[in-house]
Every structure is written in structure tokens, then in C-alpha cells.
Write a protein that binds this ligand. Structure first.
Ligand SMILES: [Zn+2]
Length: 202
């Protein structure tokens, strides 16, 4: 693991952020994760990992979780048993269209990512782990921004990470996000219902 930080404010939820889970994304995600400080967490724990470079396998590809890095990510999740799990990723500009495509579910089996602003996208994590390693009520989020992000995108991304870091539960997080992104929170709930049935969003 390239980078690890633990912020422990006692009683409260365990949150886990794992960046750079494949390829060289870690070189980008560290720019955001390194901006999360002690003062961003009020209660509970926040564990931050940022992985070193590894072969690129999509987390939607079953082989990912059998790869060395995939197993490492699963180990971290199983070890900490977070109720809030966030995977910061980054994408190449040419991938934007397929990440947000309305027919993404038909093509790759997961709902489209939702744009918050400035190319920052939010969605759930791989179904391979969402339904097997987490409880229904847990919060699981994939966050995407362009690799080599413009400053505006990086700021939005960091602010969302900080909103998650200071939320204790889903209601608090939705309230934080709804202030700026009311439509996106609604869409996230709808996609989650369509995908997971009565599963909670994210
Ligand atoms: Zn990725």
C-alpha cells in the first residue's frame, strides 16, 4: 500500500476510502486523499488507503477480485468492515461518454454514473462486492474525476470526500449532498431502486 492514514475520533461509524485500486489511478487519487485532514472527521473513524500502481483490470471484471491487488482490497474491506466505503477513481476523457451513458446497465450491468459537476461522477461500487461484502444499509460509493484533473474538478471531488467523512449515516450524507446536488441525489436513489430492488442508494 502506497499511502495509509487513520483518523480516529472514537465512537461512530467506520469509513474506508481506498484509492488507486487499479492501473496508475493512485497517482491521481492521492491528490485528493492527501487533502483529507483530522478536522474533516468529527466522530468515528476514517481509514484512507491509496494503492500503488498495479495492472489495470476493471472492477466490473470478475478477474479483478482474483488479482493480487483485488485480493488486497478485499482483505482491507473484510478487516475493517466499514459501514461507509468509498472508491475514488479517475477516468480518461474518452471514457466519459460510456461512464454516463443511459444504456450502461444494458451494456455492462451497472447503472450509469451521475455527474455532480465539473466532470465529477458518482455511483455505486462493483456489484461483485456491493452485494457480497456489505450490508444493505451500508453506504458504498464510487467517485470519479478526470485523470490529471482540472483544479475545479479536484475541488469538487475533495469536497464530496469531505462531506462523506463528516457524515454519520445515509440521511446526513444525502442532506449534505442535496444542498448542491438535489437532482443527482434523486437520480441516484432511482438507479439504486432499479438495480438493487429495495436496496438503499449507493
Ligand atoms: Zn478506476
Amino acid at each position: 500500500m502506497g499511502y495509509f492514514k487513520i483518523i480516529d475520533k472514537g465512537e461512530g461509524p467506520t469509513r474506508l476510502f481506498v484509492g488507486g485500486v487499479h492501473g496508475k489511478e493512485g497517482a491521481t487519487t492521492i491528490k485528493a486523499l492527501s487533502q483529507i485532514h483530522e478536522s474533516d472527521v468529527q466522530t468515528g473513524k476514517l481509514l484512507i488507503y491509496n494503492c500503488e500502481r498495479s495492472p489495470y483490470i476493471s472492477t466490473l471484471d470478475e478477474r479483478y477480485y482474483n488479482s493480487e491487488i483485488g485480493k488486497e482490497v478485499l482483505f482491507i474491506i473484510n478487516h475493517h468492515k466499514p459501514s461507509v466505503y468509498v472508491e475514488p477513481h479517475c477516468y480518461k476523457p474518452e471514457s466519459y461518454k460510456k461512464l454516463v451513458a443511459k444504456d450502461r446497465k444494458q451494456r455492462v450491468g451497472v447503472p450509469p454514473l451521475i455527474e455532480l459537476e465539473d466532470g465529477v461522477l458518482i455511483g455505486s461500487v462493483s456489484p461483485f462486492i456491493r452485494t457480497t461484502h456489505f450490508k444493505r444499509e451500508d453506504i458504498c460509493i464510487t467517485l470519479e474525476m478526470p485523470c490529471s484533473p482540472p483544479k475545479k474538478s479536484l475541488n469538487v471531488y475533495v469536497n464530496v470526500l469531505k462531506a462523506i467523512a463528516r457524515s454519520n449515516n445515509r440521511a446526513e450524507l444525502e442532506n449534505h449532498l442535496r444542498v448542491r446536488y438535489p437532482q443527482q441525489v434523486k437520480t441516484a436513489r432511482r438507479y439504486a431502486r432499479e438495480f438493487f430492488g429495495d436496496y438503499p442508494p449507493f
